[in-house]
Design a binder for this molecule. Structure first.
Ligand SMILES: C[S@@+](CC[C@H](N)C(=O)[O-])C[C@H]1O[C@@H](n2cnc3c(N)ncnc32)[C@H](O)[C@@H]1O
Length: 278
């Protein structure tokens, strides 16, 4: 893994059509998708933050580019950290909103949204091809209750979501950052949970899954120790994989390598006071 950071745009190779590997000519500074996601929506406002995502160079297909251009203004959200979002206005209704952080290519997101039309899904990633892919899936499957966020989910949570506004949080196969010196970049940490807890309504469920066992243990430890969450599993421990979570792309790759997948389901509870000491 590299420590260099790229914006989502910079990290994605140019869109190509079949038979052509040359990107269309573009003047310096000209946006890649004039009607699509911004290259770095939060810009320099929050530039000293530790990022939980890593750069990925992957091609934007013509279909994904087309979806970004046509659908971004309707279903896309640039995470610029500059305002608190009115969620009923964003979705056009006041149904519960679940945040998914790191949807990858979005296949599992679309499948879960199709199975639950009454729950609005705010799906966030920095990965431009995935954003295009999920927009295309949402259009094809008529999933008008999905919104696609572009940028860092930490900024979204901290700067753009009102307290108690989320009915749930999904984090499926977050980047595992296996090297010890990179552990600080793992998303599921006490500080992240404290922030997330403020944005979750009481009773909201945090659902995490990972195929990286040391990270699964870390998730279990920090969620169990956190005063704002309780395990939905009586007696504690990992949860059986719920039937409503489809196999994700990264999960499939992990299973092919013989990895063990663990799910964690914790509920947001009113703050637990620790017993006095001494
Ligand atoms: C290992 S991939 C898993 C993707 C998908 N959930 C799956 O299982 O196939 C993790 C994804 O989380 C995204 N990600 C990590 N940290 C993020 C953050 N702070 N904000 C938005 N996306 C993030 C990465 O860009 C990446 O696409």
């Amino acid at each position: 893994m590299s420590d260099t950071h790229h914006t989502p745009e910079a990290g994605a190779a140019p869109a190509t059509s079949a038979g052509s590997s040359q990107p269309p000519a573009r003047a310096k500074g000209e946006p890649r998708f004039p009607n699509g996601p911004k290259a770095d929506p939060a810009g320099s406002h929050f530039e000293r933050r530790i990022r939980s995502f890593q750069p990925r160079r992957s091609r934007v297909t013509t279909g994904q580019a087309d979806a970004l251009q046509r659908l971004w203004s309707r279903w896309g959200l640039d995470i610029d950290g500059q305002r608190v979002i009115d969620l009923p206005e964003l979705f056009g209704n006041a149904r519960p909103v679940v945040l998914e952080i790191g949807f990858g290519m979005g296949e599992a997101t679309a499948e879960m949204a199709a199975a639950d039309p009454e729950t609005n899904i705010l799906a966030v990633d920095v990965h431009t091809p995935g954003q295009g892919n999920l927009l295309a899936l949402a259009e094809r499957k008529d999933l008008s209750h999905i919104r696609v966020g572009n940028g860092d989910a930490i900024i979204l949570l901290r700067e753009m979501l009102a307290p108690g506004s989320l009915a749930g949080l999904r984090v499926y196969f977050p980047d595992p950052w296996p090297k010890k010196r990179h552990h600080k970049r793992r998303l599921i940490q006490p500080e992240f949970l404290t922030l997330a807890a403020t944005r979750l309504a009481p009773g909201a469920v945090v659902h995490c899954a990972t195929d990286w066992e040391p990270y699964a243990e870390q998730m279990l430890d920090v969620l169990t120790a956190h005063p704002d969450f309780e395990n939905t599993v009586p007696g504690g421990g990992f949860a059986p994989r719920p039937g409503h979570r489809p196999l994700t792309r990264f999960e499939g790759q992990g299973l092919d390598k013989g990895h063990v997948v663990n799910d964690l389901l914790f509920r947001r509870v009113p703050h637990k006071e620790l017993p006095p000491t001494g």
